[in-house]
Write a protein that binds this ligand. Structure first.
Ligand SMILES: NC(=O)c1ccc[n+]([C@@H]2O[C@H](COP(=O)([O-])OP(=O)(O)OC[C@H]3O[C@@H](n4cnc5c(N)ncnc54)[C@H](O)[C@@H]3O)[C@@H](O)[C@H]2O)c1
Length: 370
């Protein structure tokens, strides 16, 4: 069993991210060394994770008093009501600060469990076991935890780092293709914004990611985590540089809101479309050239991903997105704060390309030229 390890370090916390295939049995060993006083463990378990893993984990943790909370993970249950419900259960079990919460599941479960751990008794130990590709390359990395509110997604939360992340690629075998695409969109984004070499690697190896080739998956997850951490380390509280990680997400967010977060377009598919639209806007704003766009289109085409942006080849469909761009989190005034692409591996800096709705309405006709 080969385990890849990434060390995260900032001014007040360091922890490891372990990546490998079939590495779940490391959990109890790691708890023993990282949290030696732990007696009770609350497992917050995503109901979508196949039950064989639950059995495996319970066997691995048999020396502890384990409480299992089966979480029906969706954007509606990622809520303050679920937080209150779980907090009451955990307080009843009398978990204290030397005890531990382990979140096992996709990004929703990891965000939710991490948030509960950050506020229970002002913060108890937390270990994250992400089980979707997106949570392994994104949600479990960087210390953002949180829940949704009726005013929008992820509006309540805390920056809080775990004690450990275990990314076991064997979980991904049961993941539907649509969910694999969600994670892949973020992997591709990481390559596009920061690493030309990795982008070229993806050109020849994307097919192996989708066919679950263990070694290639582990390589892509590790690369992707390192790129995310590069930005997080420079800007833990998301004041500036970390916003580059939002490349493609301004349009993606508008697509998702416009479609009422319908399951027919997943977040990852919206990100894939959003990155193409952001690149076209980069050409229109003369910070990028057509060759870069073609490189992107090539990788989409050879992996059958162009279906994600077909709809946005029409001016009228792009126009419909514009009113929904206004609510993006990066905006700090009336204008839309875009991260644009210079070339593969390099974006513009945050706050350098603020575009008004008026100007966007004028530019929209040029998108179809590319
Ligand atoms: N904190 C952050 O920095 C950050 C970053 C990106 C995304 N997020 C959040 O992550 C969430 C999306 O995460 P996601 O894409 O993992 O979605 P998700 O948590 O909804 O999981 C997707 C689906 O897969 C199921 N599932 C989980 N593991 C499985 C497995 N091994 N096999 C089969 N099915 C499995 C889940 O039950 C769910 O139905 C969003 O709420 C988003 O806001 C957070």
């Amino acid at each position: 069993m080969k385990v890849q390890k990434i060390k995260f370090k900032d001014s007040n916390k360091d922890y490891s991210i372990l990546i490998g295939n079939n590495i779940l049995n490391l959990l109890s060993l790691k708890i023993k060394s990282l949290s030696p006083k732990t007696k009770k463990i609350a497992l917050i378990l995503d109901k979508g994770v196949p039950s064989k893993y639950k059995k495996k984990i319970l066997k691995n943790l048999k020396r502890y008093e384990v409480y299992v909370y089966n979480f029906n993970a969706n954007e509606k249950t990622k809520s303050i009501n679920s937080v209150t419900h779980l907090l009451n259960k955990l307080l009843l079990k009398n978990l204290n600060r030397s005890d531990l919460i382990v979140g096992i599941g996709g990004g929703i479960t990891i965000d939710f469990a991490g948030f509960v751990a950050s506020i229970l008794k002002r913060g108890i130990n937390f270990i994250s076991v992400p089980t979707t590709l997106l949570s392994q390359v994104d949600a479990a990395i960087g210390g953002k935890t949180g829940i949704n509110s009726k005013y929008g997604k992820n509006l309540i939360g805390a920056f809080s780092q775990p004690k450990l992340v275990i990314s076991d690629t064997s979980f991904l075998k049961s993941l539907p293709k649509k969910e694999m695409i969600c994670g892949y969109a973020e992997i591709l984004k990481h390559a596009i914004i920061n690493d030309k070499k990795f982008f070229h690697w993806l050109k020849s190896n994307t097919k192996y990611i989708f066919s679950h080739h263990s070694k290639k998956l582990i390589y892509a997850i590790k690369k992707s985590c390192n790129i995310k951490l590069f930005f997080v380390n420079k800007d833990v509280n998301e004041k500036n540089l970390r916003m580059i990680l939002n490349f493609g997400h301004t349009f993606a967010h508008a697509i998702e809101v416009k479609n009422n977060y319908s399951k027919s377009i997943t977040h990852g598919e919206a990100v894939l479309a959003g990155m193409i639209l952001a690149t076209k806007l980069s050409i229109i704003k003369k910070v990028c050239n057509k060759k870069t766009l073609n490189e992107l289109l090539d990788i989409y085409e050879s992996n059958n991903l162009n279906y994600s942006f077909n709809k946005y080849k029409k001016t009228k469909e792009i126009k419909k997105l514009i009113p929904y761009l206004k609510n993006d989190k990066k905006n700090n005034d009336e204008k839309i704060n875009f991260i644009l692409l210079n070339r593969i591996g390099k974006t513009t800096m945050p706050n350098k390309n603020k575009i008004s709705i008026n100007e966007l309405n004028k530019l929209v006709k040029y998108f179809t030229q590319y």
